[in-house]
Design a binder for this molecule. Structure first.
Ligand SMILES: Cc1cc2nc3c(=O)[nH]c(=O)nc-3n(C[C@H](O)[C@H](O)[C@H](O)COP(=O)(O)O)c2cc1C
Length: 164
């Protein structure tokens, strides 16, 4: 089965660190994403400090799993006066690439949405003292400690050929 069909949100993790070599593969996958005009409007923050992860788990009600994650990868959307109009799509592609590579590395991961919810990305900026760009998402990563049933979502009714 392809990686796309294997990927699931994993929110429970073993108490085991993730190797630096694997984190590098995740970052490589993120930076390999397509982006409009190849602008790559991103930077990435890797958080593996327990106290910071605990703080970040308070970002929203959907970020609790960071308490047990070994690491969080936080893609930053580099906004500014000449902000690329497609930056949200670019960063979404980078986030998904990281999730797929996590699956490839037998790691568990989940996408935690931040941008454009101001109360979320500002909270993360304060915790990590971010001065440039905004946290787009947080990807919690760790060795999986849950198994979930895979449900395929393909739905013929949502497919249209040549007209809706
Ligand atoms: C933009 C976006 C934001 C998300 N935010 C959260 C979140 O804050 N917390 C969380 O636990 N999951 C979050 N998710 C994961 C979704 O809940 C998950 O992808 C969805 O339930 C489908 O499950 P699956 O990933 O296992 O296929 C987010 C996913 C996306 C694409």
């Amino acid at each position: 089965m392809s990686l796309v069909l294997q990927r699931q949100s994993i929110r429970k993790y073993k108490d085991k660190p993730v190797e630096q070599s694997k984190i590098k593969q995740l970052l490589k996958a993120g930076m390999q994403a397509p982006s409009a005009n190849n602008q790559q409007p991103w930077e990435f923050i890797v958080v593996d400090d327990r106290a910071l992860l605990d703080n970040l788990s308070e970002t929203s009600s959907g970020a609790w799993m960071l308490k047990d994650a070994a690491v969080a990868i936080i893609p930053l959307i580099m906004t500014g006066d000449r902000s690329p109009k497609f930056a949200i799509q670019d960063l979404s592609a980078a986030t998904e690439n990281i999730l797929l590579e996590a699956t490839n590395q037998s790691l568990g991961a989940v996408w935690i949405g931040c941008y454009p919810k101001e109360e979320r990305y500002k909270f993360v900026e304060e915790v990590l003292n971010i001065k440039k760009g905004h946290p787009f998402s947080m990807i919690a990563v760790g060795y999986p400690d849950e198994e979930k049933e895979m449900k395929l979502r393909y739905d013929e009714k949502r497919v249209h050929f040549n007209k809706q």
